[in-house]
Design a protein around this ligand. Sequence first.
Ligand code: ADP
Ligand code: ASP
Ligand code: MG
Length: 439
Amino acid sequence: MPAAPLVVQKFGGSSLADADRIRRVARRIARERAAGSDLVVVVSAMGDTTDELLGLAAAITETPDERELDMLLATGEHQSATLLSMALHALGVGAISLSGPQAGITTDGRYGRARIASIDPARVRTEVEAGKVVIVAGFQGRAGSGDAHAADITTLGRGGSDTTAVALAARLDADRCQIFTDVRGIYTADPRLVADARQLSVIGYEEMLELAHQGAQVMQTRAVELGWVNGVVIEVLSSFEDAPGTLIKEDPLVEQRNKVRGLAHDRNVAKVTIVAVPDRPGIARSLFDPLAEAGVNVDMIVQNVGHGGETDMSFTVPQAELGKAKKTLESVVRELGAREMTTDASVAKVSIVGAGLHNAPGYAARMFGTLADAGVNIEMISTSEVRITCMIAEDALETALRALHDAFELERPESAAVEAGSGVAAGAAATATRESASR
Ligand code: ADP
Ligand code: ASP
Ligand code: MG
């Protein structure tokens, strides 16, 4: 008898928000099981549980201990895993819940942002072979024996259940890896903000990785990375309706179509400006070395042209790291003799993403022109091979997304954009010859 196909399914928080939804997910799993698949199911915490637990910790202390925080956060996923297992039992389906450590997931010891080091699949395999649906608590593991925090519970960073699922699919050599969420798949922009956003049937790893990096929270960045490295085809689909999802996989069609695949946005950024710093060698190092040491992720950096021996330096950090950045830089700013440090958390980043962007020079011009026509001021710009990002005021974000979605014709079906040979591509080429200094 051929072995049953092994399917890894992950259900996000909104899919498990209350008892009814948990029962609904259990029915879906039971159907898949009845159709003959072996199943390993990864769960997130119910609804907003993780945020609520973080809120509780914050109500106790401004500086919660990182170890205790991970112990606390891991309980969210224990809750949903056990309840889903019980819901399956109630349907007469054999199931067992396992914590991340019980599922053999070993990580490094970095609380709150641990990385998976290895997975020992023995226990999961044994339970699957015993005919059970194995429910694994996502987002967590156990620090390895060589680590200073050995045997402690760790969490993988926000959205980390996606990474648990893809890592397990890779380690178990699963036949399918399905990420069930509250939208039908990956869209050309966040469908909650852009009504015309179109669902993609396929997206390449590189483009998905960039969308995720730039704020599309639908997949955790590291899950996409892991999928890419291990060649796991990831299917993103709705847990509420039976509709075809989106495949994240190697995508060879890139040359032929609209070079912009999608838009991403990120509200979780803040801008820091150091006003009137002396304009001399070594200043950037004096600012950014201490930030790196403090573990603050600096993203876009702009240094203005100096005047009278002084210059302004601006950069962005994740909003959650703004406090740490300010604390780190206060003394540095004084030592350097800068006039002051100002911060602004009411900014957002908007990005156009596409694997073909680096050899299509007109796209930057089109992006800037579109934002200008929409009355949106650009405060900073950064580019990579596969994206162009502008920082703008947060309250202009939705206007910017809609204008860019229209300008790059992202609502058009892929086949139409390819057949026209065109729309965007031809227009952009014309723009490029007119405005050579576009990027
Ligand atoms: P889950 O709880 O299932 O992990 P998340 O909230 O982490 O779900 O991710 C799903 C959300 O991602 C969607 O509700 C949607 O608002 C958002 N999202 C942002 N960008 C995109 C995109 N390009 N395609 C689909 N969803 C997106
Ligand atoms: N519950 C965790 C979070 O909210 C992990 C996840 O949902 O993937 O970030
Ligand atoms: Mg998520």
